[in-house]
Design a protein around this ligand. Structure first.
Ligand SMILES: NC(=O)c1ccc[n+]([C@@H]2O[C@H](COP(=O)([O-])OP(=O)(O)OC[C@H]3O[C@@H](n4cnc5c(N)ncnc54)[C@H](O)[C@@H]3O)[C@@H](O)[C@H]2O)c1
Length: 349
């Protein structure tokens, strides 16, 4: 039987991957110690997701192990060895703000944790595709240097701008402010490429925009749309941080994302990178997201605009996903931003 190792298994992306691969017949070994609760408090706790996963999936087992702990990881890899046919690595410290305050923890989880997993993959299951969740923050704030102009509800690029369709993988990662989180993830991203190009593992980095879905334990510091919907419905108020709330993000549903993993698993490559996100098909500014929520849920949300932006925040970011679509033409995106928000609202009821 095929076995999948999924780190961050009770987080948004990991849990979607657990359900998806379980439905495909895989035995699933999850690795998640709910560190998200330490990062973001009780709003961030993923224990409710773990309960749901254990109930739904008979062949799912979760190890309460920290990816910083090489010895514990070693025992898991040694136990399952050649049975392991895919590794999906989603465990991370995912927030800019948290990373700045706790740089050692941030680096140890995002960078060292990834290195631990790569080494064990090399040793015990070198044939297994290794899927890594990277981030668009590897480009730092370079996208903020584009010729962005202000519209009524969003920042935008001119249609004739060469980046209008989105940021491609050859965009520079240099000479930018990345945030501490962006730097630790960039180390991991480069290492994942190195184990592909240099060592010959079937690795891929998905440099994601905003990923979202009902399994997100949205908190102020992470899980933008999930938290926005939760705060709007429960407290009827929301703080827009910097850039007049007009900053643009592209939103991809976690289900659409794990379908990318599946396409890669069926036809893996070595040390590959893809920008992945909602693209032009699914994006919004924060104000536009709030407008959708007000319209769909028929509520008024009190908006407070805070002047100082978060370090490393993008004013405008849309992923150009054409490279992935070219390599994997069967991949189809099912959710746009409105559909994602409708589902998030339904989930909160
Ligand atoms: N959600 C997004 O918008 C987004 C965007 C770009 C990239 N990403 C990346 O995708 C990946 C998954 O994101 P997500 O939104 O599912 O995050 P998440 O916080 O919902 O899930 C991550 C999970 O990893 C676990 N974890 C953290 N540190 C751990 C450790 N040391 N050992 C074991 N488990 C640990 C957490 O408890 C959590 O359940 C992350 O690498 C993140 O950087 C996410």
């Amino acid at each position: 039987m095929s076995l999948a190792i999924i780190t961050g298994s009770t987080g948004l992306v990991g849990s979607e991957a657990v359900n998806f691969l379980h439905d495909k017949g895989f035995e699933i070994i999850g690795i998640d110690n709910n560190l998200r609760k330490l990062f973001f408090g009780k709003n961030g706790s993923t224990s409710w997701v773990k309960s749901k996963l254990l109930k739904r999936n008979k062949k799912f087992k979760n190890y309460n192990v920290d990816i910083r702990n090489l010895n514990s990881l070693h025992n898991i890899f040694k136990k399952y060895q050649k049975k392991i046919s895919i590794i999906v690595h989603c465990a991370a410290q995912p927030s800019h703000d948290y990373g700045k305050n706790f740089p050692f923890l941030d680096f140890n989880v995002n960078a060292t944790g990834t290195l631990n997993l790569l080494e064990l993959t090399k040793k015990y299951c070198p044939e297994a595709p290794f899927i890594f969740m990277s981030t668009n923050k590897v480009y730092g704030d370079n996208p903020n240097k584009l010729k962005i102009f202000e519209k009524k509800t969003r920042w935008e690029l001119k249609k004739k701008d060469k980046h209008y369709k989105g940021i491609k993988e050859n965009f520079s990662i240099d000479n930018a402010t990345h945030s501490f989180f962006g730097v630790s993830k960039t180390y991991a991203d480069l290492m994942v490429q190195e184990y592909g190009k240099n060592i010959g593992l079937k690795t891929v980095c998905f440099r994601a925009g905003c990923i979202t879905g009902p399994n997100h334990s949205g908190a102020t510091l992470h899980g933008f749309l999930s938290y926005l919907v939760k705060a709007s419905l429960k407290m009827k108020k929301y703080n827009l941080i910097g850039y007049k709330g007009k900053q643009v993000r592209d939103n991809l549903h976690s289900h659409d994302l794990v379908n990318c993993f599946w396409e890669f698993y069926k036809k893996p490559r070595y040390g590959e990178i893809y920008n992945i996100g909602g693209g032009r098909y699914s994006n919004c500014s924060i104000i536009e997201a709030l407008n959708y929520v007000e319209e769909i849920a028929k509520i008024n949300v009190k908006k407070k605009i805070l002047k100082t932006p978060r370090v490393g925040d993008h004013i405008w970011y849309i992923s150009d996903t054409s490279k992935f679509k070219k390599h994997y033409p069967r991949w189809k995106q099912r959710y746009n931003t409105k559909k994602i928000i409708e589902e998030l609202i339904e989930h909160q009821k």
